[in-house]
Design a binder for this molecule. Structure first.
Ligand code: HEM
Length: 277
């Protein structure tokens, strides 16, 4: 098994990391029936997975038309709100942002793989408010990220990726507490199969007519055992785990997994120490 994305090869601290990608690389696809996964979540957790602000339908329709064009579809269902109809056709989660009251705010959001947040946490909120919990975001990144949103050209698609380690293969995790409560039950020798690399691939693009921004999130989950078959990547992961900045480790709760990851790395020939030197 090979990992599709390995952002730990290049990053072990918070970063903006937005880079241009080719237009035909926008959505990665590969899932047969996204609606089969997303529709039950909408039925069982409507407030967690969907929200729209008043006045967002024109930008939603423009976003949906872009998705339709990317998929080569004829026309999305007219019934649900347009961003939701589009989200049901793709693997990615879709977040629409519009400049309102002088700041970029989330005006519609469809989630199926949220990493520890819900639609109600972000709908109507600004980039500054959403990133309040991210250590150092307002000092280090906010002004630059707002400038990127302001100056984004319609012909440019940007991508960023992040990584973390979790103890569940479940993409739908609005709340990390139930998962984290199970960490003590994991035996060190089971770490390779019980721990997962959780990688988010996000894209950002401008909608030329309404001026809105469309942010996409796709989560990829692979057991640590996927690294075992790929020595260079295993080494890169071991390096990232050791080198990760202290506030990054604390924010992602990586210390909860230190013993298990150390055991995994030892079992696979990677000597390991965290914050030891
Ligand atoms: C495109 C520019 C953006 C940048 C550079 C950015 C950057 C970051 C960073 C550095 C983090 C910490 C985790 C990580 O390393 O990824 C983070 C977390 C997060 N981001 Fe963003 N972000 C962006 C856009 C957005 C948008 C549009 C949303 C809207 C939903 C969003 C929602 C979140 C949430 C919910 C978190 C977790 C916050 C928490 O811990 O409660 N981000 N972001």
């Amino acid at each position: 098994m090979t990992l599709r994305h390995a952002p730990f090869e290049e990053s072990w601290d918070f970063s903006i990391g937005l880079k241009p990608i080719a237009p035909d690389a926008w959505l990665e696809g590969g899932e047969n029936d996204p609606a089969g996964r997303k529709a039950p979540l909408l039925r069982d957790h409507p407030q967690v997975v969907w929200g729209e602000a008043e006045g967002s339908r024109p930008a939603q329709a423009e976003a949906a038309a872009l998705v339709e064009a990317a998929l080569g579809l004829q026309g999305l269902a007219a019934e649900p709100p347009p961003l939701l109809a589009a989200a049901l056709r793709v693997s990615d989660d879709l977040v629409l942002l519009e400049r309102r009251d002088g700041v970029w705010r989330v005006t519609a959001v469809s989630l199926s793989a949220p990493t520890f947040f819900a639609a109600t946490d972000v709908l109507g909120r600004s980039l500054a408010e959403i990133h309040g919990p991210v250590t150092g975001f307002s000092e280090r990144f906010l002004a630059r990220v707002e400038r990127i949103f302001d100056s984004l050209r319609p012909d440019l698609i940007l991508q960023r990726r992040n990584w973390s380690v979790v103890n569940s293969p479940e993409p739908f995790t609005p709340d990390p507490a139930p998962m984290r409560a199970k960490i003590p039950q994991i035996a060190p020798e089971a770490a390779a199969e019980a721990l997962f690399l959780r990688v988010e691939r996000q894209t950002l693009r401008r909608l030329p007519q309404t001026g809105a921004a469309l942010f996409t999130i796709r989560v990829w989950l692979d057991p640590l055992s996927a690294l075992a078959a790929d020595p260079p990547r295993l080494a890169a992961f071991a390096r990232a785990w050791r080198a990760a900045a202290a506030d990054f480790r604390a924010y992602k709760r990586l210390p909860l997994y230190d013993e298990l990851v150390a055991s995994f790395l030892r079992a696979h020939g990677e000597s390991h120490s965290v914050n030891a030197g």
